[in-house]
Design a binder for this molecule. Structure first.
Ligand code: UDX
Length: 435
């Protein structure tokens, strides 16, 4: 199928490349000329495992092209809207200006029978409003949320765990469903579960999924707070409750908490939208989820200060990790970067290291000292703080690291190290929610 993907960020660039990889004829469109130049050259503007390979093969096959001109979307049967919906400055609500601009700019290029398929995460009610804008062109609108995880975005797009279509009632909805079935023919042939529903449900599925995941993480982090005063071990607690199939162990990783471009802003936008709808009380717990999450960052900072145990401005601290999670260079709302910046703000001599996120971190916080050399990072440290569980940090040898630092003190902000092995190597080990 001939399709356009409007917005070539973490979502759109992966979606465009994956659709071309599946055999579709795709044009990726973005207003950022520098981004389009990189993509045309087969170079992703961000780090995502597996993306360079499919981007290169799809551009070489001629099935994937990029443009800054929205007019180049004309003639496509499907137009995916994959632009960002960040948090609005000074508010909890989502900023819809990029979605609105994308749809409005597309209108003159739509033909009767075209499908506009929204992928961006939007407040419930947005699709119905946009459908009314699209209707006079004779095109149809559907909402088709994505659930991809950064770091696994290619895999999640090519083999999704479910597909959701929010469609209009009647013939229009049947048309939208049949077009999307053609788009996702490969996944559907592999028996991927499909939910065809109305606009509002499709929009809510996405925010409800992220709200649930955020709640699960904050639940275990709340247990970590209790474990800290009760002398219990939250990691064993998570193992034990996780054996209950109804609960499950995934997303019960207690630590410095969640971040990234989705979970934090999506739960805030959800509370803002619920309040607009007069049902703020239904999701008021998400405010607690957010607060618990932010307290964990402070906890890591406090543990570090306490571990240093003297004037912090005389101490050197190594921060291991800057991205909001491993296998990503994304530092949006990253707990790791936040911890580094807070320690710096206290006067600590911070050296931060990350396998992929240094450039993005430096753009936001040029004041920090960065290195990509692990020996450099650790040499002379008075404390080491692990905040993103990259494999190279998880696999650190405590003896090797111990020979480089000044004081063998580690704060494991992801509860990912073998505490016994580190203690045996003479380290003072501090986990979160662990004795
Ligand atoms: C998330 C959703 O998983 C995805 O479905 C949606 O489309 C976009 O938002 P992503 O932001 O890529 O994806 O990251 P995810 O893997 O969900 O992790 C989010 C954050 O939670 C990370 O900061 C991670 O470190 C943290 N996390 C995750 C925990 O603190 N503990 C856990 O047990 C799991």
């Amino acid at each position: 199928m001939k399709m356009s993907v409007i917005g070539c960020g973490y979502l759109g660039a992966v979606h465009a490349s994956a659709m071309a990889e599946l055999g579709h004829d795709v044009i990726g469109i973005d207003v950022d000329a520098a981004k389009i130049d990189l993509l045309r050259a087969g170079r992703p503007p961000f780090y995502e495992p597996g993306l360079p390979e499919i981007l290169t093969s799809a551009t070489a096959s001629g099935r994937l092209r990029f443009s800054t001109e929205i007019a180049d979307a004309a003639g496509c049967a499907v137009h995916f809207i994959a632009v960002g919906t960040p948090q609005k400055p000074g508010s909890y609500a989502a900023d819809l200006r990029f979605v609105d601009a994308a749809v409005e700019s597309l209108l003159p290029h739509l033909s009767p029978g075209d499908l506009v398929a929204g992928k961006s995460t939007v407040p419930v009610g947005t699709a119905a409003r946009l459908a009314a804008l699209v209707a006079p062109t004779g095109a149809t609108l559907a909402w088709n949320p994505e659930f991809l995880r950064e770091g696994f975005a290619v895999e999640d797009t090519i083999t999704p765990d479910r597909l959701v279509y929010g469609v209009a009632p009647g013939e229009e909805g049947e048309h939208a469903t049949s077009v999307l079935n053609d788009v996702y023919a490969t996944a559907l042939a592999a028996d991927t579960p499909l939910v065809v529903t109305d606009f509002a449900t499709a929009e809510l599925v996405k925010v409800a999924a992220n709200a649930f995941l955020a709640t699960k993480i904050s639940f275990i982090n709340a247990m970590a707070e209790i474990a800290e005063v009760a002398g219990a071990d939250v990691t064993q607690l998570a193992d034990a409750i996780g054996y209950d199939g109804r609960i499950g162990r995934r997303f019960l990783g207690a630590g410095v908490g969640f971040g990234g471009g989705c979970l934090p802003k999506d739960i805030r936008a959800f509370t803002a939208r619920a309040e607009e709808l007069g049902r703020g009380e239904s999701v008021v717990f998400l405010k607690e989820v957010d607060k618990i999450n932010l307290r964990r960052r402070q906890r890591v900072v406090d543990l570090t200060v306490r571990a240093i145990g003297r004037e912090v401005w005389k101490a050197k601290v190594t921060v291991l990790g800057l991205s909001f999670k491993p296998h990503s260079d994304d530092v949006r709302d990253s707990p790791a970067l936040d911890v580094a910046v807070q320690l710096y703000g206290l006067g600590v001599n911070v050296t931060a290291i990350d396998p992929q996120a240094i450039d993005n971190a430096r753009l936001r916080h040029p004041q920090l000292t960065y290195t990509s050399d692990l020996e450099d990072a650790l040499r002379g440290a008075d404390a080491v703080v692990l905040v993103t569980e990259w494999p190279e940090f998880r696999g650190l040898d405590p003896e090797w690291a111990g020979a480089l630092v000044r004081t063998r003190t580690i704060i494991d902000g992801r509860n990912t190290l073998d505490a016994a092995a580190w203690r045996a190597a003479g380290w003072t080990y501090n986990g979160l929610g662990r004795p």
